[in-house]
Design a protein around this ligand. Sequence first.
Ligand SMILES: O=C(CO)[C@H](O)[C@H](O)COP(=O)(O)O
Length: 232
Amino acid sequence: MNMDQLKRQAAARALDEVRDGMQLGLGTGSTAKHFIELLGERVAAGLNVIGVPTSEATRADAERCGVPLTTLDEIDHLDLTVDGADEIDPQLNLIKGGGGALLREKIVAAASDRMIVIADDTKWVPTLGRFPLPVEVIPFGLGATRRAIEKAFAQCGVSGQMAVRKAKDGHVFVTDGGHWIVDAQLGRIADPASLAKALSAIPGVVEHGLFIGLASSAVLAGGDGIRVIERR
Ligand SMILES: O=C(CO)[C@H](O)[C@H](O)COP(=O)(O)O
């Protein structure tokens, strides 16, 4: 089974948790896209749900698949968010933002009663940090923000190269919120919760890709089948 088939399997397993009448957070990325396509099939067959997309790309996918959409201004909570991740550790802390949607993804996950992370099992790691940590920043004053980020890294015992993310066309990647992303190659993040707190305290940092205590469970698809891990 190839990676894409594994992603679709994980998405299908998460779909089992969706009930009629649910208000859903819809994640971003190739795995979340499988979930939206499968959800669209269920909606076409009569399932009644409404979703909040975590990016403009997901909004377009959901519209294409016939999934009805709303906003967090029109509804007061979400029952369930289903989203992918770039890394998942045994405490179900995550690195997200490889697709650049971390800000809306975190707002939606935080507004949700439950978050199920869907992934192929290559995303499962003993310690976060191999995947570059995305930090979403305001372009104004970027030099000062980068220095503050470096200081936060040093305080938390990590270090590594930082680079402003570029889009495929070579221009700076701009998020749906109009911000930039700095990707930090940290290698190993021993204390993700402390680092998350330190980064959140920096004025020019809009959000970062460490999702601490937000995921309720993870569905991991691998060659040996599907593994569901619940947060303790
Ligand atoms: O955080 C994300 C987007 O901001 C994605 O969930 C993450 O990058 C995983 O993507 P994929 O399912 O394509 O591997």
